[in-house]
Design a protein around this ligand. Structure first.
Ligand code: NAI
Length: 398
């Protein structure tokens, strides 16, 4: 029997359990089905579809509204028993199998979304096999690198502060330690590179290419997930390099709205809540904020995982009657996180933390660790060990 070992380096998961990943996808599908159906889009393109927010969006739309979906992601398949590939690879497969069982189209493209070729392949597929048009485009990419499709130059993002260094506590899940970390301020070049990777340029390029190819339906909507946070994480998020990248997405919204005006389309920034993902676990200090915040929100009954949050966003806000916008038109499902009492209690709690108590029942370390483990198919509810061979895993196709 193949043994799947959870292997964590720092806050990065190296080991995966492919069968646990499948169970986790099935659990998310069950969550959505438990809420019943809702009226929504029928043809959806999701860029960054294989994990966390993008995957949760895809699951809500497929199993909530009966949407056919195209998912673009960058994942790796298995090579041998020591190298099983990435969790997103198996998430794509589990999603496709479950969606096809219900008669839905679930097409996966596993390739670099930043390239011109990827965009063209997806466009050709929409034209030739997907009915010709999409009515929702979800942009949920998170990446540390981007190759500019025109110049071929590769840029790397840096999660850093701006101006002054930031000193604060962080946790290391590999060693279960709580330690002080210093985040240096970014150089001008690092700031520009981070905006190039995580800003809105590629989102705009996608929308331009899709519009030019005439594959966007009248009234098309495109969403992009942002994070604003609060004073508790401003120094390293909102006021840091990532904050500037997100501000760039805000700016690109205006360009995309102009581009889509003649087909009554709309670009929508969705300011999403803090959740445990592959991308967020490696943001310095952020896990400490999460273990405080989740504790307070769990006690209040407002803590959400990606599937809970995205299902609420599409079911109740975007295609429902409870949307909440801010003064610049961004959708604000993060208002539960930003609630003033939640923030005050989170601050009070975080200030009490130290090496001894950070992983005690004072905090939500247990929730954070479980959610982090779930991303790689470990500690998954309802999972039972099964026998599988590497040949069987290699034979699976996305
Ligand atoms: P994630 O790391 O779980 O997912 C990223 C997705 O992008 C995966 O499907 C991955 O395969 C895909 N991807 C990465 N590089 C690619 C490439 N070159 N070509 C094709 N696909 C590629 O990230 P997460 O956390 O779900 O983030 C998605 C978005 O949500 C980001 O914009 C993030 O800033 C935003 N967000 C995240 C929050 C959080 O707390 N995690 C809070 C609010 C917003």
């Amino acid at each position: 029997m193949m043994e799947f070992k959870q292997n964590i380096r720092g806050n990065v998961a190296l080991g995966i359990n492919p069968l646990g990943c499948k169970q986790e996808v099935l659990n998310q599908i069950d969550y959505v089905k438990g809420k019943g159906t809702y009226e929504g889009p029928k043809k959806v393109l999701i860029i960054g579809a294989s994990s966390s927010y993008g995957l949760a969006t895809r699951i809500s739309l497929a199993f909530g509204t009966g949407a056919d979906t195209i998912g673009v992601s960058f994942e790796k398949g298995p090579k041998n028993e020591k190298n099983l590939g990435t969790a997103g690879w198996y998430n794509n497969i589990a999603f496709r199998e479950a969606a096809e069982k219900e008669g839905l189209i679930a097409k996966n493209f596993v390739q670099d979304a930043f390239s011109h070729e990827s965009k063209q392949e997806v466009i050709d597929y929409i034209k030739n096999e997907f009915g010709g048009k999409v009515d929702l485009v979800v942009y949920s990419l998170a990446s540390g690198r981007r190759t500019d499709p025109t110049t071929g130059e590769t840029y790397t993002s840096s999660i850093k502060a701006i101006g002054e260094p930031v000193v604060g506590p962080n946790i290391n899940m590999q060693n279960q330690t709580y330690y002080t970390e210093t985040l240096e301020p970014a150089t001008e070049q690092e700031i520009a590179n981070t905006v190039k990777v995580m800003g809105g340029e590629d989102w705009e390029l996608w929308m331009q290419a899709l519009k030019e190819a005439d594959v966007l339906a009248d009234g098309v909507l495109t969403t992009n997930y942002s994070y604003l946070g609060t004073e508790l994480n401003h120094s390293y998020y909102g006021g840091g390099t990532l904050g500037l990248a997100k501000a760039d997405c805000d700016e690109k919204t205006n360009n995309i709205n102009e581009l889509l005006a003649d087909i009554n389309g709309k670009a929508q920034i969705v300011v999403a809540t803090a959740v445990t993902t592959k991308a967020s676990s490696v943001i310095p200090f952020f896990p400490v904020y999460c273990i405080g915040l989740y504790k307070v929100m769990a006690d209040k009954g407002t803590h959400e995982t990606p599937i809970m949050h995205q299902d609420r966003i599409y079911r109740e806000m975007i295609y429902g009657n409870k949307p909440e916008y801010d003064e610049v038109g961004r959708l604000r499902p993060d208002n539960w996180e930003l609630d003033s009492d939640t923030q005050a209690k989170t601050k009070e709690l975080i200030l009490k933390l130290n090496e001894e108590n950070f992983n005690s029942n004072l905090t939500a370390y247990d929730i954070f660790y479980k959610e982090f483990s779930n991303l790689s198919g470990f500690m998954v509810d309802g999972y039972v060990d099964q026998d599988v061979t590497i040949e069987e895993l290699k034979a699976l196709h996305y």
